[in-house]
Design a binder for this molecule. Structure first.
Ligand code: PHE
Length: 338
């Protein structure tokens, strides 16, 4: 029986050496160690051996069994290793290929344009001010000479948070907050988000504005014109022309809307400017005395101008973007162009 065990061991070793796949190794295991395997078979005959020999034989059988189990593991590891090498080789690393750079993000077009606009006004000495997006009706309307029954409120389709509290419909409330905090001279620009119930190709329920306010002794409409001229030529190019059209805002008097000569066709007429040669970019005017009264400023001593423009609109005009929704859909194919 001992010889028989030796013989089985030798056979198993040969079978293992010939096993070229994990499946073949598994077959060898079943063939020798399985429930109907060769070793099990031998052990079954153990009962027929003389009682004094049984312990020795039993031990021998167990040793062969353990040795075989170890051989199987070794062969399995060998084959796995070989398989891994083969796979690595078939993927063939080309170390001369240029590496893949991590994709880097960049600022979104709208805040970037806002930054460029603010930078130009900073050069002229304007400081940056901010106010809350959730604003009281008092700051958004009343203190800006727009009482509850004023028809101009209708032009701002307002999101109400609760009675007396709104999402600000423009950045103009920052004017009042600043004037409450400081005495003239005041020169600020206030960039920020604003909200209106409005949604089509040129309107988004959330968009960006930049407010400007300058108050001092002897400020005139000519100062407003000069300031806007400087900005527009800096931002859109030195040949850009300006046009003031009379308009109405409750918080400025006189008020105007300002057009620039079309950034695309320089005034000749194209699709962007609807063949008019002009693009509307902002609202502005001289601060209304009633607004000064709310701010606690003496309207006899001080005058000032204010303006407000849509950053989205400026960005769209500069880059000929057809729909404001592009700016907020987060399509990287669009955003990466800037
Ligand atoms: N707040 C006005 C608007 O949103 C723009 C504006 C600002 C007009 C300042 C005049 C002065 O339409």
């Amino acid at each position: 029986m001992k010889e028989k065990l030796e013989q089985i061991r030798a056979e198993a070793a040969r079978a293992l050496a010939a096993a070229e796949s994990l499946q073949a190794v598994e077959d060898v295991r079943v063939q020798f160690l399985g429930r109907k395997g060769r070793i099990t078979e031998v052990l079954r005959f153990l009962g027929q051996a003389p009682p004094e020999e049984r312990p020795v034989l039993g031990q021998a059988a167990n040793e062969v069994k353990a040795a075989l189990a170890a051989d199987l593991e070794r062969r399995k590891a060998e084959l796995e290793d070989r398989e891994a090498r083969k796979q690595a080789q078939s993927r063939r690393l080309d170390l001369s290929l240029p590496g893949r750079r991590p994709r880097r993000g960049h600022a979104h077009l709208v805040p970037r344009v806002a930054g460029q606009i603010v930078a130009i006004f900073s050069e002229m000495g304007f400081q940056v001010a901010t106010g809350p997006d959730v604003e009281t009706e008092y700051y958004n309307f009343d203190s800006l000479n727009t009482p509850a029954d004023h028809p101009a409120r209708d032009s701002h389709d307002t999101f109400f948070v609760k009675p007396g509290v709104v999402l600000r419909t423009h950045t103009s409330p920052v004017q009042m907050r600043v004037m409450e905090q400081m005495k003239p001279p005041v020169a600020i620009v206030a960039p920020g988000r604003v909200y209106r119930v409005d949604y089509d190709a040129s309107h988004s329920p959330m968009f960006f504005q930049i407010e400007g306010l300058l108050v001092d002794r002897g400020v005139s409409f000519a100062d407003l014109k000069g300031t806007l001229m400087f900005f527009v030529q800096r931002f859109f190019g030195p040949d850009t022309r300006l046009r003031f059209r009379p308009h109405f805002f409750p918080f400025t008097e006189p008020s105007a809307e300002v057009d620039i000569s079309c950034a695309i066709c320089s005034g000749v007429g194209c699709r962007l400017c609807k063949n008019s040669g002009w693009l509307e970019i902002l609202g502005c005017g001289m601060v209304h005395p009633e607004v000064f009264r709310y701010a606690g400023y003496d309207a006899e001593t001080y005058t000032g101008f204010a303006f407000g423009f849509g950053v989205d609109r400026i960005a769209m005009l500069k880059h000929a973007i057809p729909s404001i929704s592009h700016l907020y859909e987060n399509d990287l194919r669009f955003l990466e162009q800037f």
